[in-house]
Write a protein that binds this ligand. Structure first.
Ligand code: HEC
Ligand code: HEC
Length: 390
């Protein structure tokens, strides 16, 4: 049988619509929940309210206001780019200076690592009084039963689980996890990726010098890894925790130490990825530093200019070995600042007026193709000791 032109067009149209439909069903549902501002109490706030796609899904405000007027958190909302790739928390054994075995925390979500993995993280904004302020799981389930994408939600949950609060909520959390694992959040298409793929022209001269400082005299790559670890491509973090001595702003924030109860970990925060960092001002967990130039100057001369940076909350745990007096030249600092631009993904820069989300770049592997790297809840690191009290 001869296939008519109209049939061809029809097939082509179906192809296009599937392409533009994009995500697999669970991720598509997760996207709706991410955008939904009806769930908070009072209504008006959703994930998207603090994680703005234009700013690499971070919040340009120092701290984000909550759904309840007058309430706000104490931390700067980080980028969600690559956050679906943050490994579940584990304890890594190392040796301290006396040769004693010592466990250090690696991975986990939130800046203080209080969520073990992504699944545990996505549920918390709903119930945080400084965020979406939902009173309890029953209230969330009741709200989910009234969303305007009800048919889609029901078809993913199934009729009987739809009536079960816990199962319904869990499905919503799973959908959010599926969404933030989507290719949109992990394109790896910054100039640095092109450079690492072999195109030396992808970086300017200044950026190349900056990369050299980053990996040598600056010591940056010790924590912001340029090699690969838990993922196939460099994530520019080792997911460890450290105290940089961030300038104190208002509320005292114990960071990791507040979660583990260990004094040596007070004031420590997770090493963030530097991917898209040029878009996520202000910086550090408390948003205390506004520009990347100042962050670089802070690393370089923190210990020489105490009056410039002021007091910090936990001076006794500040890292003085790797930063604070780096002896970098002004040119080195300028080159490091330039380098930060090379970490910005092209699909975010290329967003146009009217685009709500960054476009998915062609060639980024589907989540299914990367499933070996996305470890399942409950099945990871069974051999590693869990944090005390968990
Ligand atoms: C009121 C603002 C606000 C809302 C609403 C909000 N977040 Fe966040 N988000 C933050 C802040 C602030 C942090 C850092 C908090 C911390 O570390 O304690 C954060 C952290 C995260 C992280 C951890 C990233 C990392 O590097 O560890 C993820 C993932 C995340 N949010 C996803 C979501 C999702 C999904 C939703 C919706 C269910 C959401 N957020 C709603 C402000 C918000
Ligand atoms: C010892 C580990 C370590 C080293 C070395 C290190 N960093 Fe960091 N970096 C961190 C931690 C931890 C944070 C988050 C601190 C906080 O939130 O208080 C951070 C934050 C940053 C930020 C702010 C990111 C944001 O989103 O707020 C930038 C930019 C940055 N580092 C760049 C660098 C550069 C450039 C160097 C080298 C000169 C460097 N870092 C060296 C651990 C390190």
């Amino acid at each position: 049988m001869r296939v008519g032109t109209s049939t061809c067009i029809l097939i082509w149209l179906i192809g296009i619509s599937q392409l533009s439909a994009g995500e697999p069903p669970m991720a598509a549902l997760g996207k709706k929940i991410f955008l939904d501002t009806s769930l908070s109490n009072p209504p008006g706030q959703g994930c998207v309210s603090c994680h703005d796609p234009k700013f690499a899904f971070a919040d340009p405000r120092r701290v984000s206001p909550g759904a309840v007027k007058g309430l706000e958190g104490r931390r700067n909302a980080p980028s969600l780019m690559y956050s679906g790739l943050i490994p579940p928390q584990r304890l890594e054994d190392t040796y301290d200076e006396n040769g004693e075995i010592e466990y250090i925390v690696e991975g986990g979500l939130f800046l203080d690592g209080r969520a073990h993995d992504v699944m545990e993280q996505v549920r918390q904004p709903f119930f945080d009084k400084n965020e979406m302020n939902i009173a309890n799981p029953a209230e969330l389930a009741a709200k989910l039963r009234k969303v305007d994408y009800l048919a889609e939600l029901k078809s993913r949950v199934g009729e009987s689980d739809f009536r079960d609060d816990e199962k319904l909520n869990d499905k919503a959390f799973e959908a959010l996890v599926a969404f933030i694992r989507e290719p949109m959040f992990r394109p790896f298409n910054a100039p640095i990726d092109e450079y690492w793929a072999g195109n030396k022209e992808a970086l300017s001269l200044s950026e190349r010098r900056g990369l050299d400082v980053f990996q040598t005299t600056g010591g940056c790559a010790t924590c912001h890894l340029t090699g690969t670890g838990s993922w196939l491509e460099p994530l520019l973090t080792d997911f460890g925790y450290d105290n940089l001595g961030a300038p104190a702003i208002d509320k005292i924030d114990p960071g990791l130490g507040g979660v583990t109860g260990k004094e040596s970990e007070l004031g420590q925060f997770k090493v963030p990825t530097l991917r898209n960092v040029a878009l996520t001002s202000p910086y550090l967990h408390n948003g205390s530093i506004k520009t990347l130039k100042e962050v670089m100057e802070f690393y370089n001369k923190r210990d020489l200019e105490p009056e410039r940076w002021g007091v910090t909350n936990y001076p006794e745990t500040v890292n003085h070995d790797d930063m604070g007096n780096l002896d970098l030249t002004e040119q080195d600092v300028a080159d490091l600042v330039a380098l930060m631009d090379a970490f910005t993904d092209r699909n975010i820069i290329q967003m146009k007026e009217g685009d709500f989300f960054p476009k998915v770049s062609p060639g980024v592997p589907a989540t299914q193709e990367r499933k070996a790297f996305f470890k399942k809840k409950g099945r990871h690191d069974l051999s590693a000791p869990r944090r005390p009290g968990r």
